[in-house]
Design a protein around this ligand. Structure first.
Ligand code: GAR
Length: 203
């Protein structure tokens, strides 16, 4: 399955997916067709270029509505005809204009055990709350904030000696593994969705 990746920043999850794909360890993915960033300054863009992936930079213009932006977004990615779009640190909320054109074909990685700690800076939210366990989630994207059906989750322990950055770093290490695994499951179609439950064929 042809796959595209959306980012906004560092792009470490994107890099992990591309490197795993290039090693041949993401069965089901035939091509990483592009990496798109909504931020001109995203360091991930240069990383993607170094890995030989086509890049697109598409910031939202101030005067543009979300709908207008999403139409441009759709026009930018449509020629690639990807069956899957992976949000890997893409920090814009995607609305129905784009979603309706890629229904069931967009997944997102989030740095908490959803439904806890939705939104931005989830790791610090969890740290400040004083949780003993946090983690990461890969889920299908729907019209709710961080609310679509869960594909995979991985728990990460918070130690008493942790700083917020320690916890963030250990969660990120797990994100890098989890995202490639989820991409492979979805690209191979090894799942069925029953209501909110994503039933996996390989587990
Ligand atoms: C990751 O921790 C990802 O889970 C998070 O942004 C970071 C991006 O890092 N995404 C969200 O918070 C989305 N709600 P990266 O650019 O190094 O992959």
């Amino acid at each position: 399955m042809k796959t595209g990746i959306f980012i906004s920043g560092t792009g470490s999850n994107m890099e992990a997916v591309i490197k795993n794909f290039q090693k041949g360890s993401i069965p089901g993915v035939s091509e990483i067709s592009f990496v798109l960033s909504d931020k001109k300054s995203a360091p991930g863009i240069e990383k993607a270029q170094k890995l030989g992936i086509h890049t697109i930079v598409l910031p939202k213009m101030k005067e543009e509505s979300r709908e207008e932006y999403e139409i441009r977004l759709f026009e930018a990615v449509r020629p690639f005809d990807t069956g899957l779009i992976v949000l890997a640190g893409f920090m814009k909320i995607i609305g129905s204009t784009f979603l309706s054109r890629y229904k069931g074909k967009i997944i997102n990685i989030h740095p908490s055990l959803l439904p806890s700690f939705k939104g931005v800076d989830a790791q610090t939210q969890a740290f400040d709350y004083g949780v003993k366990i946090s983690g990461c989630t890969v889920h299908f994207v729907d019209e709710t904030l961080d609310g679509g059906p869960v594909i995979l989750q991985k728990a990460v322990e918070r130690y008493d000696s942790d700083t917020a950055d320690d916890l963030k770093h250990r969660i990120l290490e797990q994100e890098h593994r989890l995202l490639s695994e989820a991409v492979s499951i979805v690209a191979q179609g090894k799942y069925t969705i029953k209501g909110r439950l994503v039933l996996l064929e390989r587990r």
